[in-house]
Design a protein around this ligand. Structure first.
Ligand code: FMN
Length: 225
């Protein structure tokens, strides 16, 4: 077994489900992240536009999903699918479908994730939502509801994915600027998966940050009732 294969096996066999939350009492696992953790995930985190050449291991990339997969989706639908592109050949196939302003950064990232929505996510419901045996058939019989649910929850999971990239100490560069039909034909030719977002992943390189753009003020967003 190669080192990479060993790492992959270790992640695959790592404890999967967190232990059950105790009912009542004080659960120390619900303690807040410290200031450094909050800054890593949110306030200091930036969108990286260049990357250095430090390679990423299979284990690092798998660890991202090992975190993101626990975050919630409606009815536990989990519609997001993930393709990691790392080879020179795979990258060129992807770069061809990126808008011009996204081509160089996609070439420079040590790994690129293509996030896609499984249009038949409901086929997994008998396994992931066994307490609602009729739910799969409801989605099959209502394609519009299936599309809305899949699109909404895949977008949620894309956000979770970005936070998970940051949580493992890497920088993310999300990009919606690409030809989705072209990427789908290139990587998902059977038509089941629909690409939603491409994310460069790695360590920031020189000139990685664009100027920080302002965020809406609390009074523009928050209301109280
Ligand atoms: C869904 C999504 C799509 C984006 N698409 C692109 C893109 O195609 N090209 C690009 O250069 N940046 C893209 N960005 C990056 C945003 O412009 C950037 O995250 C935002 O300006 C905030 O920057 P900051 O995280 O450095 O503060 C995208 C971000 C998100 C979340």
């Amino acid at each position: 077994m190669t080192d990479t294969t060993t790492e992959r096996a270790q992640v695959a066999t790592a404890p999967t489900a967190p232990t059950a939350q105790p009912i009542g009492g004080t659960d120390t696992r619900l303690a807040a992240l410290n200031a450094a953790g909050r800054a890593l995930l949110f306030s200091d985190a930036r969108t990286s536009n260049t990357f250095d050449s430090t390679p990423l291991s299979d284990a690092q990339l798998q660890e991202i999903w090992e975190l993101a997969r626990w975050a919630p989706t409606a009815s536990n639908t989990q519609p997001l699918r993930l393709l990691y592109v790392r080879t020179r050949e795979g990258r060129e196939r992807l770069v061809a479908h990126m808008v011009d302003g996204n081509k160089d950064k996609t070439r420079s990232a040590p790994a690129v994730a293509v996030l896609a929505r499984d249009t038949r996510f409901y086929d997994h419901l008998p396994t992931v939502m066994p307490i609602r045996p009729g739910m799969r058939d409801q989605f099959v019989g209502d394609p519009q509801r299936a599309d809305v649910t899949g699109t909404y929850n895949a977008a949620l999971q894309a956000g979770y994915f970005l936070l998970a990239v940051r949580a493992v100490g890497l920088a993310a560069g999300p990009m919606a600027g690409f030809d989705t039909a072209g990427v789908d034909a290139e990587f998902f030719p059977d038509g089941r998966f629909a690409s939603t977002l491409v994310v460069n992943i790695g360590h920031p390189g020189p000139g990685a940050w664009f100027p920080r753009l302002p965020r809406l003020a609390h009074q523009d967003v928050l209301a109280w009732a």
